[in-house]
Design a protein around this ligand. Structure first.
Ligand SMILES: NC(=O)c1ccc[n+]([C@@H]2O[C@H](COP(=O)([O-])OP(=O)(O)OC[C@H]3O[C@@H](n4cnc5c(N)ncnc54)[C@H](OP(=O)(O)O)[C@@H]3O)[C@@H](O)[C@H]2O)c1
Length: 329
């Protein structure tokens, strides 16, 4: 049982130089729907988790219109009914995803104008707080995509504009068209390539970084052993296959040892490491059960000594983890 009075002290982070303040820990709702296949998790627990997160001051909720083909937005809609003002809702659009399969992108201006109306209806709200293309591709110029979302801001359907999984050049281009409040991007001890270009660009442009996959698909949880079961979706990613997994889990042992010595779990340390990379970075963590909330709020308070940080940064230097996931960079 979480003591709400004790726990409600989440710090805030500003989205962009002039943007809104939101909780410094975000609630990723993706895994409350069947995205990679498999059954839909317990809806009543998901709704209770969203409500308890809001009670605890975690107001940043993240979804995508393609998470469970609209299921995720409807779930959030049910959870926030009667308490719209407690939540800050971030929605991605443009990805075509079905039965656990990525089928491509649709970023045409007319499609975006259509998507937003469906999202507003499913969420049961009048304005989306942060609206963002889930990816860019070469089929539609960045100017047209961001320009279309800027029109939605003028129409009052969207408050702030974000982007997701883009390059530093695309981020600069997007920022020339309209202020970009936030960049959603995969970032963890196992996925540090963005430190070369994208992270410095976001910092320079005053764009907040919403960092997801802090546990690197569970690799950093310390709970995996090789080989994964045949029906585990991660088998598709080279990071989790054969000798790569054996090698990568040896690195995770060092994280596990540090976690034990500090009295936390490896997942908590993985989240805390992301938070420590800059005050403009928000860990966005999937939590489908209420039991996760207290643990991850606690993670936001972890500090590292210089020696501990050196150990992590050396063990998990860029390129130290073998193989990739769907986050091909
Ligand atoms: N922009 C993009 O391209 C993109 C891509 C992927 C995800 N996202 C967003 O980012 C969010 C997070 O991404 P993610 O799900 O890939 O990564 P994640 O946050 O690392 O979550 C992976 C798993 O960690 C588990 N977990 C959470 N807290 C834990 C704890 N304290 N101890 C042990 N396990 C814990 C979660 O379990 P439970 O679910 O069982 O609680 C989840 O299954 C998503 O919900 C989504 O909103 C964005």
């Amino acid at each position: 049982m979480v003591d709400i009075c004790v726990m409600k002290n989440i710090n805030q982070i500003q989205l962009g130089h002039h943007g809104p303040f939101v909780s410094s820990l975000g609630l990723g709702c993706m895994r409350m729907s069947s995205v990679w296949g498999g059954p839909t998790p317990d809806e009543s627990e998901s709704i209770a988790t969203i409500n308890q997160a809001l009670d605890l001051g975690i107001n940043f909720l993240n979804t995508g219109d393609f998470y469970g083909a609209g299921h995720n937005e409807m779930l959030i809609g049910k959870a926030i009914k009667g308490r719209r003002d407690d939540a800050f809702i971030s929605v991605k659009f443009g990805a075509i995803f079905h039965n656990g399969q990525w089928l491509g992108l649709d970023l045409r201006p007319d499609a975006i104008k259509n998507f937003v109306n469906y999202s507003l209806t499913r969420l049961g709200i009048e304005t989306i707080d942060l609206y963002q293309p889930s990816r860019m591709d070469n089929s539609v110029p960045v100017e047209d995509i961001i320009g279309t979302v800027a029109d939605l801001v003028k129409e009052g359907k969207v408050r702030h504009i974000g982007v997701s999984e883009i390059t530093a050049d695309q981020l600069r281009k997007a920022s020339e068209i309209h202020p970009i409040s936030a960049l959603e991007i995969g970032y963890s001890l196992a996925e540090r390539q963005i430190e070369n270009e994208l992270l410095p660009a976001a910092r320079d442009l005053g764009v907040a970084v919403i960092a997801f996959a802090n546990t690197a698909e569970g690799l950093l949880s310390g709970e995996l052993s090789a080989p994964l079961s045949d029906n585990d979706y991660r088998q598709h990613f080279s990071r989790f296959q054969n000798q790569n997994l054996v090698y990568n889990l040896q690195k995770v042992e060092i994280l596990k040892d540090l976690a034990i010595s500090k009295g936390f779990t490896p997942t908590q340390l993985a989240i805390a490491w992301v938070k420590e990379q800059g005050e403009f970075i928000m860990p966005l963590v999937s939590m489908s059960k209420r039991s996760r909330l207290a643990e991850n709020i606690e993670a936001m308070k972890i500090e590292f000594s210089e020696e501990e940080m050196n150990t992590l940064n050396t063990t998990f230097a860029i390129g130290a983890i073998k193989g990739g996931t769907y986050l091909a960079r």
